[in-house]
Design a protein around this ligand. Structure first.
Ligand code: PCA
Length: 214
């Protein structure tokens, strides 16, 4: 089995992106699967092209994209991506789409095809906080998950795709509000490893404990 894991480059004035820092530190093989690691630019158009290029080049069975969610206290496994680009700040190429669809011929939304609940449970079982997220936002991370699922639906049958958002690193919050949450790099790496193991195993659970009350 082949797994492509991507992490975004820094954006929004940050010097690092915890996503790519953690992705780089993942092992090259995990539970018998080959893990290919690639960086994605935090830019709507270029990330879509780069992702498609990596899928053509590597022909993975699974793609897991990873991005920074500044302000989140825990790793979040995304459930859904929506066909909307709505950017509060320009991307790294200066593009700032407002109220635009990502793909004219795409569905309104696609659900992750990875076992989201099992991934959350696996991270929690490793002793780390984790939850399901029901919005990946409307910036470049949502676009990456949307594009991965769109491409799986249209061009790469059998490809399973998902997304994980990760907190800031401690060094990133040093100059921010004292209550800004962060997570050390080894904990993020451990979380991604556990989530990937569940994705590779490919067995979803029915445990209601990871659902919501809202
Ligand atoms: N986080 C941004 C884009 C790149 C990243 O790491 C997001 O959540 O959309």
């Amino acid at each position: 089995m082949k797994v492509l894991v991507t992490g975004f480059d820094p954006f929004g004035g940050e010097r690092v992106n915890p996503a790519y820092e953690a992705v780089k530190a993942l092992p090259d093989t995990l539970d018998g699967a080959q893990i290919d690691k690639r960086e994605l630019p935090t830019a709507f158009a270029r990330s879509a092209a780069a992702l498609e290029g990596y899928l053509c080049e590597l022909q993975p069975d699974i793609v897991l994209c990873v991005g920074q969610a500044g302000g989140t206290p825990a790793v979040r496994v995304e459930r859904v991506a929506i066909n909307l680009a709505d950017a509060r700040i320009p991307d790294n190429d200066g593009a700032q789409p407002l109220d635009e669809p990502l793909r004219a011929d795409g569905d309104a939304a696609y659900f992750s095809t990875l076992p989201v609940r099992a991934m959350v449970q696996a991270v929690r079982a490793a002793g780390l906080p984790c939850s399901v997220s029901y919005t990946a936002g409307t910036y470049v991370c949502n676009a990456a998950l949307y594009n991965a699922l769109y491409l799986a639906a249209k061009r790469f049958p059998g490809l399973r795709a998902g997304f994980v958002h990760v907190p800031y690193l401690p060094a990133q919050v040093a100059g921010k509000d004292a209550l800004t949450p962060c997570m050390p790099l080894p904990a993020i790496v451990q979380s991604l490893t556990a989530a990937l193991q569940a994705a590779i195993a490919g067995v979803e659970t029915s445990d209601p404990a990871v659902g919501t009350l809202q």
